[in-house]
Design a protein around this ligand. Sequence first.
Ligand SMILES: [Mg+2]
Length: 214
Amino acid sequence: MAIRVVVIDVYNTLVGAPDRTPYYEQVFVDLGVPRERIYPAVRDLIMCRQTDSLEQAGQIFLEHFSVDRAGHPQAIRKYMAESRRWSDTVVWLPGARELLYWLKYHTACWGVLMTNISSGGLESLNRRLNLESTAHRCWASCRQGRVKRPEDPECWQEIEGWYPGVAPNEFAMIGDKADDDLEVPKALGWQTFLAQPDGSSIPALRQYLAERVR
Ligand SMILES: [Mg+2]
């Protein structure tokens, strides 16, 4: 079946940082927060809503982690600096931008970016990499009010709703996480492609799409 809509995860599928662990994590680890508690908090507190600023995000974390108030101002400044420093290291994986432009301008296929991301992260990728101009649409968790994960099939159903008349098996989902990215779309009957987080499968992805899109 030909693919009419390609939905592509962003982090570690199209863009990545040489250092995969965000620098700001260390700020909270130094305050005694167990490292494994940090990503779930980022996902559930920050990525599923619009935050006005990094400062506000820092405040939300410190309250969530019950960090002693006396240390807040300094911790927030450090968090903001480390967040910015990490955002500035995110770059296109080799061949990713070219693949998106090919999809957008040389095929009849719709391209959709789908990402769990904070407002600040999205702003940074748009400013530095013109992220959203590379696809027809973008599903960003901070705007949609939910994060993509196996427990929330509504995320993908929402995108299906954007394209009435396109059958489930004419959608394809591309992502580097078999669970968070691919489990639900596979169950909905979409075609799926597991990407390598270092970008090494981008040539194979281009080949895969070239054989299936018009
Ligand atoms: Mg990813």
